[in-house]
Design a protein around this ligand. Structure first.
Ligand SMILES: *Cc1c(COP(=O)(O)O)cnc(C)c1O
Length: 414
């Protein structure tokens, strides 16, 4: 994702963005394989020989080609649905390195995950414990569980992606955890093997993460004192990335903090990073359809929209946007970059200073996480294709959705 200083053109690895746009059309998602590998390996290298499992959070980007890249590097997976488990299996991921999070696991999903022998369920309520016990007994298997503990720390991120406060729907109260572990330990076909937390996403401060980690370690000691054998601690994901002017926490610093919190304890450490592995590994390429100059505002109408990238409309999220050909010494104008969807909320960027012409291609940056996975067909727009760049090669890892795809599973009622 660098501008070649000689040519002034944007490159993804050794492939020019302009060539990708020409070959595959726009809008299209483009990912760098090398960037994904580098981000994953930063976590692994920071752990060194220490027993650990990095469980990539599949919901950040669930394309099977991306899951495969990570599976090949030895990654585990954090899933939140049966659909995500199917993707992991289809991509060659290892179910015995897969943990299942989420507040609403259905009977069918639990059944499926038990059959596939996943590593652990991150359980979010007492009712869920009973449900897993019942299904495991029917199948005659043992279910490994962690309780997702809500450590009640303020992660200091957007309220929609903060999950570790008492008022959130996630996890069980830290003060109630001991009682629930004792219940779990007595339930048939339930094996409490771990403890888990995840306090939010796009975190840029280490202090709340450290507070949560210390609470987890303290609870682990208390559980062990009650003869509940905890063999892994899952510290969740949530590491932020740079979208604009944030200073993200480096992977190495995060892991170092965890190692310090663990002290001499020897449990396996799990983490569940999503955004920090794929977020800055992806671009959305889009073509300028129209320039529109109004009395108070100028608009760039592009061929991508909120259905392709929901984060700006949903969270007012910032994504850097620039032309894929560097514009030098030309007058800049202030624009809102908007899509063709019939909603005022359909914008991709606001008040950006750019110099563009109709037909130019723009790159929307940092869209590798929660980009394609949050896309929809709103306004009957087919989803964009996904292209994986490996050095100079471009691989289509998801075709552009066709018009037929849009209603191929609809019927006219008699
Ligand atoms: C979403 C999620 C993650 C990943 O969060 P990132 O901010 O993408 O790292 C990890 N664990 C759980 C339980 C999640 O819901």
């Amino acid at each position: 994702m660098t501008i070649n200083t000689k040519t002034g053109r944007l490159f993804i690895e050794n492939k020019a963005a302009s060539d990708v746009a020409k070959e595959f059309g726009t809008p299209c998602y483009v990912y760098s394989k090398n960037s994904i590998k580098t981000n994953f390996n930063r976590f692994k290298d920071a752990f060194g020989e220490r027993k650990n499992l990095v469980c990539y959070a599949v919901k950040a980007n669930s394309n099977i080609a991306i899951i495969r890249i990570l599976a090949d590097l030895g990654s585990g997976f954090d899933i939140v649905s049966g659909g995500e488990l199917s993707r992991v299996l289809a991509a060659g991921g290892d179910p015995s390195k897969t943990v299942f999070s989420g507040v609403g696991k259905t009977h069918a999903e639990i059944h499926y995950a038990l059959e596939q022998k996943i590593k652990c369920f991150n359980v979010e309520s007492e009712s869920e414990l009973h449900r897993i016990s019942t299904i495991a007994r029917e199948l005659g298997v043992e279910a490994n569980i962690s309780l997702r503990v809500n450590p009640d720390v303020d992660a200091k991120t957007h309220p929609y992606i903060s999950t570790g406060l008492k008022e959130n729907k996630f996890g069980v109260d830290v003060d109630d955890a001991m009682r629930l572990y004792k219940i779990a330990a007595k339930l048939p076909n339930i094996e409490p093997t771990g403890i888990d937390c995840h306090i939010g996403s796009q975190l840029t401060e280490i202090a709340p993460m450290r507070d949560a980690a210390l609470k987890m370690v303290e609870l682990t000691d208390a559980l062990i004192a009650e003869n509940i054998v905890i063999d892994h601690i899952d510290f969740g994901g949530g590491l932020g990335i740079q979208y604009q002017d944030e200073t993200p926490i480096h992977q190495e610093l995060f892991v170092k903090m965890l190692l310090e919190a663990m002290g001499s304890r020897e449990q396996e450490i799990l983490i569940e990073p999503g955004r920090s592995i794929v977020g800055n590994s992806g671009l959305l390429l889009t073509t300028v359809e129209y320039l529109k100059h109004g009395p108070n505002k100028n608009f760039i109408v592009v061929d991508a929209a909120m259905n392709d990238l929901a984060r700006p409309s949903l969270y007012n999220a910032y994504h850097h946007i620039d032309s894929i050909i560097e514009e030098k010494n030309r007058p800049l104008k202030r624009y809102d970059i908007v899509g063709p969807i019939c909603e005022t909320g359909d914008f991709l960027g606001k008040d950006r200073d750019l110099c563009v012409n109709e037909g130019d291609v723009l790159a929307i940056h940092s869209v590798g996480a929660y980009g394609m996975t949050m896309s929809s067909n709103y306004n009957s727009r087919g989803r964009a294709p996904e292209i994986l760049i490996d050095d100079t090669r471009a691989h289509v890892i998801r075709d552009r959705e066709s018009i037929e795809d849009l209603f191929s599973n609809e019927q006219i009622a008699p």
